[in-house]
Design a protein around this ligand. Structure first.
Ligand SMILES: *Cc1c(COP(=O)(O)O)cnc(C)c1O
Length: 334
């Protein structure tokens, strides 16, 4: 079966870079949603805990239940609030405040113009009033940038909007509320960071998605995907391999079948433009559900160790390449 290897050294290198940017390891909230972007949520949580990360972010209660004991607090982006001392819940519309249980730790998501989720800025006073009336616990207030990775004025005015949000919350008399707006891109591009936490996902996994004009902080991908040899055969000149026989041997070749395929989350793509594996070998013919063919006799083959390069090949982003990897693949720390 295919294996995912996670490099502890590379992870700790990335965390060091991020701690330099945020000013402290205590300010890094590790985003572990979607099985830690496909890296494996429990394994990642353990490594992060060992390094001293205290804050986590996940998508739902199910993910939180797997890791919550390892962190001071885990923010849940999209689920029903429960009473739990170590869990806080994103509130993304006023309606949700009406049903929130007293005593639950709530973090208001404010829509500063991304228009995906969040309470509109002009509704904020009403939301704060409701929190007071119902005696709810306001633990945090946050927002999300839509263009943090682009060189434009958008980031600047969204940031200004969030400063306005902070003023409104403080003026309403709320104390000890934590504020956060940054993801990886906005933390990496910021010269000054003065918020309580930054919610860092992709950078921790080793990808800097900022274009060239920004300072290029070196990050190292932590995930590599490996497959084992299943069988080997000679392909005579002119013989074809795999579904549809898309690949025709231009000469006599020794090829092997390796145990990874689209069933594991490796993109199938097109056999006309095959993925080139880490060591320079192309996949021969079509990707099957559980197998690929390659001109190699190695017992173990690295499929990729840089999801950004794979993403470029498939015209997508590194996030989608790693997140597609199925949770049943074995994962190990190296
Ligand atoms: C996924 C997510 C992040 C992390 O984004 P990266 O670009 O991976 O750093 C931060 N905040 C919210 C609200 C998210 O949904």
């Amino acid at each position: 079966m295919a294996t995912i290897k996670i490099s502890q050294n590379n992870l700790y290198h990335n965390l060091n870079q991020l701690a330099l940017k945020s000013g402290s390891k205590n300010k890094i909230a590790a985003v572990l949603k979607d099985n830690a972007y496909g890296h494996g949520i429990e394994l990642m949580a353990k490594l992060l805990h060992k390094w001293g990360i205290k804050e986590a972010v996940v998508i739902n209660n199910q993910e939180a239940n797997k890791i919550a004991p390892l962190f001071q607090n885990t923010l849940i982006l999209n689920d029903t609030p429960t009473l739990h001392p170590k869990l806080s819940y994103a509130i993304t519309e006023i309606k949700a405040l009406k049903h929130a249980p007293k005593g639950a730790k709530l973090e208001l998501k404010v829509d500063t113009e991304m228009h995906r989720n969040g309470i509109l800025m002009h509704e904020l006073p009403k939301a704060l009033e409701l929190i007071k009336q119902k005696g709810l616990k306001l633990y945090g207030v946050f927002t999300h940038y839509r263009s943090a990775d682009e060189l434009s004025s958008e980031f600047a005015w969204q940031k200004a909007n969030f400063e306005e949000v902070k003023n409104i919350v403080r003026k309403a008399g709320f104390k000890g509320v934590r504020f956060h707006s940054h993801n990886s891109a906005s933390l990496l591009r910021s010269r000054e960071f003065n918020e309580d936490i930054a919610r860092v996902g992709i950078a921790m996994y080793g990808y800097n998605e900022l274009p060239a004009p920004f300072e290029q902080i070196e990050l190292k991908p932590i995930l590599s995907l490996w497959a084992k040899r299943s069988s080997t055969r000679v392909l005579k000149k002119g013989q074809r391999v795999g579904y549809g026989g898309d690949f025709r041997a231009p000469k006599d070749m020794i090829i092997s079948t390796y145990d990874v395929g689209y069933g594991d989350g490796l993109f199938r793509g097109s056999s006309k433009n095959p993925l080139i594996l880490r060591d320079g070998l192309p996949i021969l013919g079509r990707v099957s559900m559980d197998f690929i063919s390659v001109e190699s006799i190695k017992e173990e083959l690295c499929i990729f160790d840089n999801a950004q390069q794979v993403a470029k090949h498939f015209n997508t982003i590194s996030y989608e390449i790693t997140t597609a990897l199925k949770s049943q693949i074995e994962r190990e720390v190296i």
